[in-house]
Write a protein that binds this ligand. Structure first.
Ligand code: ME8
Length: 644
């Protein structure tokens, strides 16, 4: 059988349920898997749970549960949550399974046979939270380097001669530049090894939980030594045929478990047993919440599905799209070198700007214009060269990003094509071409639609359900072959398009709507004296129809320099684009405005406000402080629709 492209995540401790931190790594692995499948590789995507440690046993005791029942319950939560996040793993290994126990005991036996294991006594500190042994010199103010409590341990144990592998590991890292990613973390690993690797204690006194050391039931295998072996156990080792799944092409993890475990202990174990080393180890940075790492003990856990459910409720988008929006957020944020901070505000902002504005608008506008100017049929004709270049550049940027496991850059590349498209629509102005019956119109529409089709292919590894929704509107089958992305054949002339259906309804970002943010009610000022209502002068319908009102969409927005009230907007109204200056800055930021539909009075005489020409007026109600509350159609209406 041919070698598969093997992708692994860490196997997670079952002391707590999945959260947005563990989802981050699993998502990175899923995006890699989906991309590699599209590239034609046979993929083996492995995840699972780490169930044998002291940490898990103590968590079960704390919960007053039998450890077997406890691990079954939490492992089931992991197994169930991942498909709900669109994560399609091929195997889920639990370290309490017989196939894992057999592999661990055999691995131990082989290393023993080859003289890499000896008996000794351990006296030192042990951090249960990270299941790590520390020397006195490693401690910081009596705590582990991560700030966890440590306990003194004195036991007769088995030791692995890790000290013998330092030179071999350094040579491997040196001759395989892609082995440890990113570069900064590779340097940390190299200096850790250069300080001298110590032999590692690889067993603990048997507490009645864990995998017994072969031939010595008084000891169980140290949980890290045990857990790392899951990767080859799931490949089928020690039985024949494991070579099609091991070595891994990439092992994804957080930086916490790279240096001491995956980049030193694990390769040393493999070298000792005569097994091949993984091709790449990616140790990403932290997703922080507020000022700290997301962890159950800190009580700051965000469940990814809760986030999706809240988005779907608040915006009205479908559940599938909301899950994709969470996937997109994590992909776009994917911290590699530096830690990133999770905030609800940033999540909402990215949804509105990247998804509703950039992707949603590109889709709506392209389909609406195709409907208007090409009867919703993909026209023939050559794709214009600037569109072809943008398509190729986005695809190449995505490929480069994924070759270096930069999921964040891949997300950026995927959206670059719709950002280009929105600008292209503005500059090529199909409405103007239609007016003058310019022969370039079919090519422009075709270019727009091919950009969309390309975006559908490029977002697919990150947002698979959204890609399907885009396909449905384009009237084509999903683009699953990477080679075909960007090709003219991927969107044949004559394809019948569907009417545009907004996929990402905009979120109204009012502070009080943010989930989990409770604001103290402010003391209410005494009500202002009510002014008697003015009796408006009556006008006839003939007067009213003189005021021409139309639906427009804000494409660009920026504050007018020197004014704290005025915003300069570029608004598309049907086939034309207008500059409008509006006194709404106090209540709306540029981000609130871009992509929003507005009602415009289109037959006001142009005026100059602070020296900037304004060609129309937005309709707005006025709040108690004189601030603007913009009017907006109750549902999306094509730009240019008349308002009565
Ligand atoms: O370490 N930001 O399991 P674990 C980014 N069982 N990534 C995060 C994160 C955050 N806030 N929180 C968790 C173990 N992670 C061992 C692994 S493998 C043979 C054994 C992710 O449940 C990140 O990948 O503590 C980190 O390395 C992993 O979860 C730790 O999961």
């Amino acid at each position: 059988m041919s070698k598969k492209y093997t992708i692994t995540t860490p196997i997670y401790y079952v002391n707590s349920v999945p959260h947005i931190g563990t989802a981050l790594t699993t998502l990175a692995a899923d995006v890699t898997a989906r991309y590699q499948k599209m590239c034609g590789n046979e993929v083996f995507f492995l995840t699972g749970t780490d169930e044998n440690g002291t940490k898990v046993k103590e968590a079960a005791e704390k919960a007053g549960k039998d450890p077997h029942a406890f691990v079954d319950e939490i492992a089931a939560a992991f197994r169930e949550i991942w498909p709900g996040m669109g994560i399609e793993f091929d195997d889920f290994i639990r370290t309490t399974e017989p196939r894992h126990r057999i592999a661990v005991q055999e691995f131990f036996r082989i290393l023993q046979e080859k003289g890499h294991i000896y008996r000794g006594s351990y006296e030192g500190w042990y951090d249960v939270s990270s299941e790590t042994f520390y020397k006195e010199a490693d401690l910081v103010n009596g705590l582990s380097p991560d700030g966890n409590e440590v306990r003194w341990v004195k036991e007769d144990n088995y030791f692995f001669r890790m000290s013998e592998f330092g030179e071999l590991l350094l040579a491997h890292i040196e001759s395989n530049p892609g082995f440890i990613i990113p570069e900064t973390r590779k340097n940390e690993v190299v200096s850790f090894i250069k300080q001298g690797l110590r032999d590692v204690c690889i067993s603990r006194a048997n507490p009645g939980w864990g995998i017994p050391v072969p031939g010595d039931d008084s000891q169980v295998v140290y949980v890290w030594f045990d857990a790392l072996i899951n990767y080859v156990a799931a490949a089928g080792w020690p039985a024949a045929g494991w070579e099609d799944r091991w070595p891994a092409s990439v092992q994804w993890m957080g930086k916490d478990i790279l240096t001491r475990f995956h980049a030193t202990l694990w390769p040393a174990m493999l070298l000792g047993a005569g097994l091949p080393l993984p091709e790449a180890l990616v140790g990403h940075a932290w997703l922080l919440m507020g000022d700290g790492k997301i962890s159950k003990s800190k009580g700051n856990v965000v469940a990814p599905l809760d986030l999706a459910n809240s988005l779907s409720e608040r915006s009205g988008c479908s559940h599938d799209v909301a899950v994709d929006a969470v996937r997109y957020y994590m992909a776009a944020l994917m911290p590699i070198d530096n830690d990133a901070t999770f905030t609800y505000e940033e999540f909402d902002r990215l949804y509105n700007t990247h998804l509703a504005n950039d992707l949603g608008n590109a889709l709506n506008r392209s389909l609406a214009m195709s409907q208007k100017f090409a009867e919703s049929i993909v026209p023939g004709g050559e794709v214009e060269s600037e569109a072809a270049l943008a398509i190729d550049a986005a695809k190449a940027a995505f490929e480069k990003a994924m070759a270096g496991f930069r999921v964040d850059h891949a997300a950026e590349a995927a959206l670059s094509v719709v950002r280009f498209l929105n600008k292209y629509i503005d500059t090529r102005s199909p409405w103007a071409l239609a007016k003058t019956q310019d022969p370039a119109l079919p090519a422009v529409l075709r270019s727009m639609l091919l950009c969309l089709r390309t975006a559908e292919g490029l977002i697919r590894p990150i947002m698979p359900k959204t890609a399907d929704a885009v396909c449905a509107q384009l009237g084509v089958a999903p683009l699953t072959d990477w080679q075909a992305i960007g090709s003219e054949a991927s969107l044949p002339a004559g394809t019948k398009l569907q009417a545009p259906q907004p996929i990402f309804p905009r979120l109204e970002i009012a502070k009080q709507e943010q989930p989990k943010k409770m604001e103290q009610p402010k003391p209410q000022p005494a009500p202002a004296p009510v002014k008697p209502a003015e009796v408006p002068t009556e006008i006839s319908i003939d007067d009213f129809v003189k005021v021409k009102l139309k639906v427009g969409r804000v494409l660009e927005a920026e504050p007018v320099e020197g004014s704290d009230k005025l915003m300069k907007l570029q608004v598309v109204i049907g086939e034309e684009k207008r500059q409008i200056v509006a006194g709404i800055r106090k209540n709306y930021s540029a981000e609130d405005l871009i992509g929003r539909q507005v009602i415009v009075c289109v037959n006001l005489k142009p005026v100059k406000l602070r020296g900037v020409e304004s060609n129309g007026m937005l309709l707005a109600a006025t709040d108690a402080d004189g601030g603007a509350i913009l009017l907006q159609p109750d549902r999306e209406a094509p730009e240019g629709t008349g308002v009565k």
